[in-house]
Design a protein. Structure first.
Length: 322
């Protein structure tokens, strides 16, 4: 029998890919979004599909629908976006979690939370296993996101302990792919947009700091596997790609794949820029029989093709943030 699935934040970057995969699997999908950082355009091609429904709704308000599973992805995800209205960011994580958990409790749905590697804050352990409690500043400008997501995890576990809810938590590390927002200040979208526009590619410091990047299809595959785990499995489980690249390697790869003549220029390294960020995905491999399969080069080719179209005006940027 088809499952009825609610995806909050379903018209965002990751949400829209998830919605597509669930529909392809044969599920019925209700996509709920307030279009804060997402855009209707991301799911426009699905409108008219007989198992797809799009609803404009803010998860800070209660929602009454009948569903079997809930993927809670609603939340602005990049620093530029979540710092734009920090109070709303915390409300989205905390009130959003309370409302979606309340719904899951009423209709006995299974519920998955899209948490983040940012719950580890400025970690003193590398790479971070799920058992590491993190090192988060509670009063800084990133706290609205980091602490909001931490509180959401707390709420999930309290609903699990107190009300025996079936919960799943994934901690997502840096993910990229088509439908990322072009102005969200992230390194992959920044470099691609700069290269396609022929502008200088800015790297901070000497570019020897490393990052790891997970392609959106790999990520969606992992979170669907997580939702399908047996009930005792709650997570949290790290999801990401542990393959490390230096920022300079990424810049060179983007230049090669775009054929751009942009120059790489260096700027001073910001104080809080970590030298390394890499997920420990041992648990994901064990529990989900999953590991990322899409190489950076492959994923970048698809992402560049998307941004190329976007810059030619063939795709839409959300009005509130363009
Ligand atoms: N992309 C990543 O690298 C990454 C890393 C860690 C965690 N995550 C998490 O994954 C989820 C999806 O991230 P994304 O990269 O697709 O970001 P995104 O900004 O593209 O998607 C978030 C979606 O949530 C919607 N939204 C925001 N506030 C809402 C509200 N109050 N009510 C209803 N909808 C609301 C937005 O309009 C958008 O469509 C987020 O929860 C994010 O924290 C993403």
């Amino acid at each position: 029998m088809n499952k009825k699935i609610l995806v909050t934040g379903g018209s965002g970057f990751l949400g829209s890919h998830l919605v597509e995969k669930l529909l392809a699997r044969g599920d019925e999908v209700l996509c709920v979004d307030n279009f804060y950082t997402g855009t209707r355009r991301n799911v426009e091609h699905l409108i008219g599909h007989k198992r797809f429904e799009l609803m404009r709704h803010d998860v800070c308000l209660p929602l009454y629908v009948e569903v079997d599973e809930i993927y809670n992805l609603a939340c602005p995800a990049s620093p530029i976006h979540y710092q734009y209205d920090p109070v709303q960011t915390t409300k989205t994580s905390v009130h959003g979690a309370i409302n979606m958990l309340g719904l899951a409790k009423r209709v006995k749905a299974k519920i998955l939370q899209a948490s983040t590697s940012e719950v580890y804050g400025d970690p003193s352990v590398h790479p971070q296993p799920e058992g590491y409690w993190g090192n988060v500043n509670p009063i800084g400008i990133r706290s609205c996101y980091d602490e909001g997501k931490r509180c959401a995890e707390t709420l999930f576990f309290d609903y699990w302990r107190q009300h025996q809810l079936r919960i799943k938590i994934v901690r997502i590390f840096n993910t990229y792919g088509p439908r990322m927002h072009p102005n969200d200040g992230r390194v992959v979208s920044n470099f691609i947009v700069q290269a396609l526009k022929g502008e200088d590619i800015t790297i901070y410091g000497d570019g020897q700091q490393t990052r790891s990047f997970c392609y959106s299809d790999d990520l969606v595959d992992a979170i669907m596997r997580m939702m399908d785990t047996a009930d005792p499995v709650t997570g949290p489980v790290n999801i990401g790609n542990p393959h490390e690249f230096t920022i300079r390697q990424l810049a060179n790869l983007v230049l090669e794949l775009t054929g751009s003549r942009s120059k790489i220029v260096s700027r001073p390294l910001p104080q809080d820029d970590p030298l390394q960020r890499k997920p420990d995905i041992t648990l994901a491999k064990e529990l989900l029989d999953w590991s990322p399969s899409i190489e950076l080069r492959q994923g970048l080719i698809k992402t560049i093709a998307y941004f190329d179209q976007l810059l030619k005006g063939e795709a839409e940027v959300p009005a509130s943030l363009s």
